[in-house]
Design a protein around this ligand. Sequence first.
Ligand code: CO
Length: 213
Amino acid sequence: MNPYEKLLLQNKAWSEEKLLMDKDFFNRLAHQQKPKFLWIGCSDSRVPANEITGTDPGEVFVHRNIANMVVHTDLNLLSVLQYAVEVLQVDHIIVCGHYGCGGIEAALGNKSFGLINKWLRNIKEVYKLYQAEIDSIVDSKERVNRLVELNVLEQCQDLIKTSIIQKSWHDRKSPEIHGWVYGLTNGLVKELTTIKPDPENIHPIFRYSDDQF
Ligand code: CO
C-alpha cells in the first residue's frame, strides 16, 4: 500500500469511531465552530495542538509555523489572529514552543539555509536581546532550550504589541495570552507566563491610545 493510502483508511476508521460515540458529532461541527482557544505553535510534527491538549475538532483554532513566531509582517499570522480575536472571539491565545526546536537550533548557528534564513533571522533578533544570558550557558542543548523559552515570552510580547489585541482588550477585556513550552521527552507542557488583558502590561511605547479604538 502506498503510505498516503494508509492515511485515507485511518481517516475512514476515525470518522466511523467518532460517529459510534456521538452520531451528531459531524453535523454539529459542520453547523458552526466556536473555539475558545487560538494556538500558535511550531510546525514540528511532534507537537500536534489537539492531541497534546486532549481537545476535539472545533475546540482549538490553529496557526503553526517554524518556531511559533509572531511576525508583524506575516499576513498569514495576522489574518488568523484577527479572525480568531474579532470573529471567533477566542478568550485565550496560547503560544506554544517546544524544547529541542530545530528552528531555534538553526537560528543559533551560522549555516545558510537559503529562503529560510529570512524566517530564522527573526529568531536571531530574539537571541540578540538575550545574548549575554544565552552565551553564559555552557551546554549547547541547554542554550537552545533557554532560547526556546525566551522566544515564547518574546512572541507573547509581540502579540500584545498588535492593535488587534489592544483593541480587543479595550472592547471586551479578552483574550488572555499564555506562553507554554512542550517537552518532547515527557509529553508535558510547562507554563511560562499568562498575560492578563490590561494595558498596564504593555510597554508604554507600544501602547496605542484608548481613543483610537
Ligand atoms: Co520547532
